[in-house]
Design a protein around this ligand. Structure first.
Ligand SMILES: NC(=O)c1ccc[n+]([C@@H]2O[C@H](COP(=O)([O-])OP(=O)(O)OC[C@H]3O[C@@H](n4cnc5c(N)ncnc54)[C@H](O)[C@@H]3O)[C@@H](O)[C@H]2O)c1
Ligand SMILES: O=P(O)(O)OC[C@@H](O)[C@@H](O)[C@H](O)[C@H](O)CO
Length: 396
């Protein structure tokens, strides 16, 4: 069996690769990183290390890689033969792979009638559906009908913390042992893939919303609050009382939304939160606040981990969520130099003023109570930051 996987990065190698390998698939990774592609092709295997006391290792074999910039025809040829296609490239990159995917699927339909599932494993609600929309923009009506018969884009939720890797062995990936990969079974075409690491469910929404609005909201809270307070690492930032308070407060707010909207009871959801807080504290995972806070404009999206639950909270309970607003305010102070979106956000705030910058980014009017509350906290954060800088310069 062959799986074609777009994105040989942290999650691609450190999670999807492991699960597909264990299910007996050969994996053809597609990436634009020439060094990664060459290394995968020359070594033909890579190592996963599980970040806990045992530091167990596993080798992933049966792999090859294609540079889609250099050899797009090879990607097409692989997708023609594939039994499964997956992606982990980042939500904003899905559009970039949609053209080659559309060409590959068109070519495949000329050769075989075998159905194919394409699963986007990205941190977003409706990732595969979004990829399908981008692919379908390239099709005639006739091709759309054909694709509807042959291909499916089941949505998915993926959960495993894989930090940025700084290893001498460039292929090795250190990952937390925990994982969860949930896929919408109702959308699968053909036989259900025999992959024991995937949990197939009749309805995905509760799972992706619970994951994004708990794991990723909590993570974002630590990253932005931690960055604001001068921490570099997630496990260190969460030890700070104020950061912990912001995270646990935010997860209470998102928890109220999740329990109200879906069939989870409060106690079992609290257990889920507690397990996640323990994962954030894992001392064997060295994860930076800048990786977790990366792409702040994406994270301020209306359906993403901060505004998504904040808007639902406001609609459901008629109140502004204080903790989520505090975190939204902290995002506005995230000015990591290497992050293109952080630079763009800073530029926007400088040119337009913070109210307008936030209201345009999140597509809500400036008078919206969530915007107003977040700006109030932004001003408070700014004051506290100034005090910290003044105090630390006194110490120097
Ligand atoms: N790292 C985690 O802890 C984690 C956990 C769950 C989900 N995710 C999600 O997985 C996705 C990937 O995250 P990551 O941490 O692995 O990022 P990453 O940057 O490590 O990996 C992304 C890979 O995609 C490649 N890429 C970029 N453009 C491409 C293109 N046009 N075609 C093919 N490949 C391309 C990059 O070269 C890189 O190797 C994101 O949506 C992220 O939210 C990450
Ligand atoms: O990948 P992002 O940028 O959407 O979010 C950063 C982290 O929160 C994320 O990668 C988590 O580590 C992951 O989602 C855990 O499952």
């Amino acid at each position: 069996m062959l799986a074609v996987h777009f994105g040989a990065g942290n999650i691609g190698r450190g999670f999807i690769g492991e699960i597909l390998h264990d299910a007996g698939y050969d994996i053809s990774f597609v990436d634009i990183n020439a060094e990664m592609v060459d290394l995968l092709n020359s070594k033909k295997k890579y190592k996963i290390v599980f970040a806990d006391q045992g530091k167990n290792e596993q080798f992933i074999t049966g792999i090859s890689a294609i540079n889609s910039k250099v050899e797009p025809d090879k990607v097409i040829e692989s997708i023609v033969r594939a039994d499964l296609v997956t992606t982990a490239v980042g939500p904003d990159i899905l559009v970039n792979i949609s053209d080659l995917l559309a060409k590959s699927l068109k070519r495949r339909s000329e050769i075989t009638d075998k159905p194919l599932n394409i699963i986007a494993c990205e941190n977003m609600i409706g990732g595969s559906t979004f990829l399908k929309e981008k692919v379908y923009e390239k099709l005639s009506d006739e091709e759309k009908t054909l694709f509807n018969r042959l291909y499916a884009f089941p949505d998915a939720a993926v959960d495993r913390i894989v930090p940025s890797q700084i290893n001498d062995d460039r292929l090795m990936v250190e990952v937390e042992p925990y994982y969860e990969w949930v896929v919408d079974q109702s959308a699968i075409k053909g036989e259900l893939p025999a992959i024991s690491g995937i949990k197939f469910v009749p309805e995905l929404a509760p799972y992706i919303v619970r994951k994004l609005f708990t794991v990723n909201t909590g993570h974002a809270a630590i990253a932005y609050f931690g960055y604001m307070k001068g921490f570099a690492r997630i496990d260190e930032a969460i030890k700070d009382k104020e950061v912990y308070h912001a995270v646990s407060g935010a997860l209470k707010e998102t928890g109220r939304v999740i329990v109200s909207k879906y069939d989870f009871d409060w106690d079992s959801h609290q257990d889920y939160i507690n397990k996640i807080l323990l994962r954030f504290k894992n001392p064997y995972i060295i994860d930076s606040v800048t990786r977790v806070g990366r792409s702040p404009l994406r994270k301020l999206g209306k359906n993403d981990r901060l505004l998504g639950p904040a808007l639902s909270y406001y609609q459901l309970f008629g109140k502004v969520p204080e903790n989520l607003s505090k975190i939204i305010a902290a995002v506005l102070l995230f000015d990591a130099e290497d992050d293109q979106e952080a630079r763009a956000l800073k530029h926007l705030i400088r040119n337009q003023g913070v109210e307008k910058a936030l209201s345009e980014t999140v597509e809500l009017e400036e008078q919206h109570p969530i915007i107003q509350k977040s700006i109030e906290y932004y001003k408070l954060h700014l004051k506290e930051k100034e005090i910290t800088i003044r105090d630390s310069s006194k110490r120097l």
